[in-house]
Design a protein around this ligand. Structure first.
Ligand code: FEO
Length: 399
């Protein structure tokens, strides 16, 4: 098990989870990594740990450098179990002099592991911790994305250990941003933001502004998942800056589920209407597209057009699940519209419009409903709906 050197005396000692495919509802088709970092100094310091089942991988990497029992400090940037699951075993093995965490981190650790006697030290922004030759400083990042979350900055090496932020669920043998396919990297960075951080965009915006104001020199960003940004940390920062502002890309999504293909046929005509207005669009059938992949596309899209048949006076279950998921992530500044076929009651369209209104989407139409199977005049109305959405996108982008 090879540790990977970041800079002199700083190593990645985490674990690759090649097998994980579901991360609390987020599809992780390329696996992930749990990144832990070892700093060799007068005070040997471990930054974060790994998921419980992969502790032996981390220990094997640490042992290539040093006997784990020689570790002095453990820094806990984030308490969620993918990073702290092996912490109790590590504390027992290492008997650390200090466990450094945020104030909320201590609370979360107590509520997870119920250990009052651990040697907690609260990390305070502005109160640096010397390790000998190297120095740790701390940034408050509460709710990015848990109350306990914090960043640790290694001053001399200019490395920002950024917890979950700037990460990707991307399991690879490579450890650095310049070693992986750039399109895959951006796809996974986007998906991660859309599914983990989108809800906290106003806080991300403030954080980016704060980092700029502090003029923090960042040579590397070392997140808790995915690759380490050693060549292009600016790319990750710039992407977060853009996403936190909720700017649309001028494109549309038609996200739908269908019972007997009538709503599907309507979706295709809505797409045709968008195309007539020169708008790039995607049809995303929820039967074939995982909600977390749809959210990746939602992040940048200007308009979301939802289609669903009515089932038992309500929504088809996949659309209901998607709306609940999207409601939690609260995408910003979207244009919305809805359509669907029905048999006798036809509540689905109203339910979708209500959900989008709750999300503060700009819902531009009362919604289009078709009884049972659409005919040509219904298709004309679908095309009109697509054109109406297209015109609204163009008006929003100043075209
Ligand atoms: Fe990767 Fe919020 O844990």
């Amino acid at each position: 098990m090879n540790p990977i050197k970041l800079t002199e005396n700083v190593y990645w000692v985490g674990a690759v989870d090649w097998d994980v495919r579901d991360f609390h509802g987020y599809s992780t088709n390329r696996g992930t990594t749990y990144n832990a970092y070892l700093i060799m100094d007068e005070k040997i310091t471990l930054i974060d740990t790994v998921k419980k089942g992969l502790k032996s991988d981390m220990l094997a990497r640490i042992r290539e450098i040093v006997d784990p029992e020689k570790i002095d400090y453990i820094v806990v940037n984030h308490v969620e179990m993918d990073h702290s699951g092996s912490l109790p075993d590590m504390v027992e093995l290492v008997q650390p002099e200090k466990i450094i965490c945020s104030k909320m981190g201590k609370k979360a650790l107590l509520e997870h592991f119920h250990q009052k006697d651990w040697p907690y030290q609260i990390a305070v922004p502005g109160e640096d911790v010397s390790l000998g030759a190297k120095t740790l400083s701390f940034l408050e990042t509460r709710m990015l994305h848990w109350p306990d979350s914090m960043f640790t900055y290694l001053v001399e090496d200019q490395i920002l250990f950024s917890s979950d932020a700037f990460g990707e669920h991307l399991g690879t043998s490579e450890r650095f941003d310049d070693e992986v396919d750039q399109a895959v990297l951006m796809e996974e960075l986007t998906k991660y933001y859309a599914n983990i951080l989108l809800l906290y965009s106003p806080l991300v915006k403030k954080l980016i502004a704060k980092v700029k104001e502090m003029d923090l020199q960042i040579k590397m960003i070392a997140p808790d998942h995915g690759v380490i940004w050693r060549t292009n940390p600016g790319m990750a920062l710039e992407a977060y800056d853009q996403w936190s502002q909720g700017k649309g890309d001028g494109k549309a999504l038609v996200v739908y589920d269908t019972m007997w293909h009538s709503t599907e046929a309507m979706a295709k005509r809505v797409g045709a209407g968008l195309q007539k207005e020169g708008i790039s669009y995607q049809l995303l059938n929820l039967r074939y597209n995982h909600r977390s992949d749809v959210m990746r596309e939602v992040l940048n899209a200007s308009a979301i057009v939802l289609g669903c048949s009515t089932l038992n006076n309500g929504l088809l279950p996949r659309m209901a699940g998607f709306l609940m998921y999207m409601r939690g992530l609260r995408p910003l500044n979207k244009i919305g519209a809805a359509f669907g076929s029905f048999g006798w009651s036809g509540e689905a369209v109203k339910l979708m419009n209500t959900s989008m209104t709750d999300l503060k989407f700009n819902v531009i139409d009362d919604g289009l409903r078709v009884k049972y199977v659409p005919e040509e005049t219904d298709f004309d109305h679908c095309i009109e709906l697509g054109r109406k959405v297209g015109k609204a996108i163009k008006a929003s982008t100043g075209e």
